[in-house]
Design a protein around this ligand. Structure first.
Ligand SMILES: NC(=O)c1ccc[n+]([C@@H]2O[C@H](COP(=O)([O-])OP(=O)(O)OC[C@H]3O[C@@H](n4cnc5c(N)ncnc54)[C@H](O)[C@@H]3O)[C@@H](O)[C@H]2O)c1
Ligand SMILES: [Zn+2]
Length: 501
């Protein structure tokens, strides 16, 4: 899965589309042309050493980038090198950005800096495109015709292909449910739609739309919130799926918040050993956090003790649905989104700082999902970097258990505590700023009513604890997280910052 390679003719848009596509999924962009030139302009390499020398340098660079979790654009001729093609296909997904020769010619202008085009660019492009067509077609896993697309639209399509390769295709937009949510494919006779009370209306109208498109779509409403994340509920859903006759060619559509998609994902991963899942995230928490990353879960005596890693084929976020959420659900989602910004996107922090809860929901979701998507792509099974997303969750979970406040509110308190620890251990300078943003979002910054003894007992059982003691995600600055041991004086100060003494 690794690398997403962009190939195609000059003018197809590789270096225009690549950077926004990479940004949308939270990874780096590399342009092999820049690297292969080694600080020298390409025409210069051509002129001094010839095309063969340039191609050799390019092949070396492709080998050096193979397997990177990144979007990498290749020179137009890279597909002519069999070894490079084999490496690209083996190390990831190859996407061919294509367009008609006239479109390509109009985009490259007079061909300045493009050695193969000197003289008659339009004629040269048509000739080269014809010569290379078969090579592009056999090298690429996917083709995108960029002819009628803006760079942003093309980038969105590339980002979706990234999602498909690394987890889930992500569809974010306004009224995107109207377009239907099921990935296009043949063989699907039914879609079992699971929802919770708060998402039931959305699920029913979605089911009608799916039915109108010729796919049977029975709906089942599960118990609300955590009550759905239960083995007995899962068993009832399995029985319902048997009654409804769902087969492995069919789809489970989970419509709701994080609790609903956690159980829908678990059922979809295990019924008949797994069938296609689609999530429609209807809370901000699920859109920015829970739906993404492939973790499914049920609760036993403890939370999330049963589950498997499995990504839904597609995650759909309708911005209009999120904008209509009641304030408490927006606020709790904002806590997770701000956390994500603190960990990986200072611009997202600035967005909340400027606008509070009025921050543009679509931009919040795009930025948060980009951060989480990138981290998940680099650490799919939560063995390293993914830990950073637990910023604010060490004290947050302890406070959540000790006081029974909501998870988002508890995370806000936890961020205040982690901010203090970050200031003490790493000189984090944005502690006050973070507190005032949380404040302006209406989130709590102190753990009123939590018993200190209960919080400390919870911390003693934290899963990030090791032989040397408690570990927390701390920030050197917004966007610069790390996992650090914290001594007991630091823990005391962090708890004191949220009123626990
Ligand atoms: N799998 C993961 O990686 C992951 C990550 C974070 C959180 N989670 C899980 O997510 C859950 C929390 O997510 P949540 O806050 O979405 O909880 P939730 O699913 O319980 O939803 C919260 C409430 O919102 C209602 N609701 C849903 N859509 C609505 C809408 N459009 N309008 C009005 N009300 C609506 C629900 O009925 C529910 O009462 C927890 O169970 C947590 O463990 C999972
Ligand atoms: Zn959380």
């Amino acid at each position: 899965v690794g690398t997403l390679w962009l190939v195609g003719m000059m003018g197809a848009g590789k270096s225009t589309v690549g950077p926004p596509a990479a940004a949308a999924v939270g990874v780096s962009f590399f342009d092999i042309d820049d690297a292969a030139a080694g600080g020298r302009a390409i025409p210069e390499i051509f002129a001094r050493e010839g095309e063969a020398a340039f191609r050799a340098a390019e092949a070396d660079q492709i080998a050096a980038h193979a397997g990177r979790i990144a979007v990498v654009a290749c020179g137009g001729g890279a597909v002519l090198d069999a070894r490079s093609v084999a490496l690209m296909r083996a190390s990831g997904t190859v996407v061919w950005l294509d367009a008609d020769p006239e479109v390509l010619a109009s985009r490259v202008g007079d061909g300045t800096g493009r050695p193969l085009l000197e003289g008659d660019p339009a004629g040269a492009i048509a000739t080269i495109a014809a010569e290379r067509h078969a090579a592009y077609r056999s090298a690429a896993h996917h083709r995108i015709d960029t002819g009628g697309l803006t760079p942003a639209q093309a980038a969105e399509q590339v980002a979706r292909l990234w999602g498909r390769a690394h987890g889930s295709e992500l569809v974010i937009g306004r009224d995107v449910l109207d377009a239907g949510v099921l990935p296009a494919r043949t063989g699907r006779a039914a879609a079992g739609v699971l929802a919770q009370p708060g998402s039931a209306r959305i699920a029913r109208s979605l089911a009608r739309r799916i039915g109108a498109a010729g796919v049977r779509a029975p709906v089942r409403i599960l118990p609300d919130g955590e009550d759905a994340k239960d083995l007995a509920v899962a068993a009832e859903v399995y029985a319902w799926l048997v009654d409804e006759g769902l087969t492995r060619s069919d789809t489970i559509v989970g419509v709701g918040g994080g609790a609903l998609t956690d159980v829908a994902g678990f059922v979809a991963a295990t019924y008949l050993r797994g069938l296609e899942a689609v999530y429609v995230a209807t809370t901000l928490v699920s859109a920015v956090d829970a739906a993404l990353g492939g973790k499914t879960a049920l609760n036993l005596e403890g939370k999330n003790l049963v589950g498997v890693f499995r990504h839904p084929a597609r995650i759909v976020v309708d911005v209009a649905v999120l904008e209509a959420l009641p304030e408490p659900l927006l606020r709790e989602g904002a806590a997770e989104a701000l956390k994500t910004g603190m960990v990986g996107d200072p611009d997202l922090v600035a967005l909340y700082e400027a606008a509070g809860l009025d921050a543009d929901v679509e931009e919040v979701v795009r930025r948060s999902t980009a951060v989480k998507q990138g981290i998940v792509a680099r650490d799919p099974f939560d063995r390293g970097e993914r830990n950073h997303l637990n910023y604010g969750h060490t004290v947050g979970h302890a406070v959540e258990t000790a006081s029974r406040i909501g998870h988002g509110d508890a995370v806000a308190v936890g961020m205040v505590a982690a901010g203090r620890a970050s200031a003490l251990v790493l000189g984090f300078a944005e502690e006050e700023r973070q507190r005032s943003i949380l404040d302006s979002l209406g989130l709590p910054t102190a753990a009123r009513g939590s018993e200190a003894a209960v919080v400390r007992a919870q911390l003693a059982r934290d899963k990030k604890r090791d032989a040397e003691g408690l570990r927390m995600v701390l920030l050197a600055a917004a966007g610069a997280p790390g996992v650090h041991h914290v001594d007991s004086a630091t823990v005391d100060a962090a708890l004191a910052a949220v009123g626990i003494t």
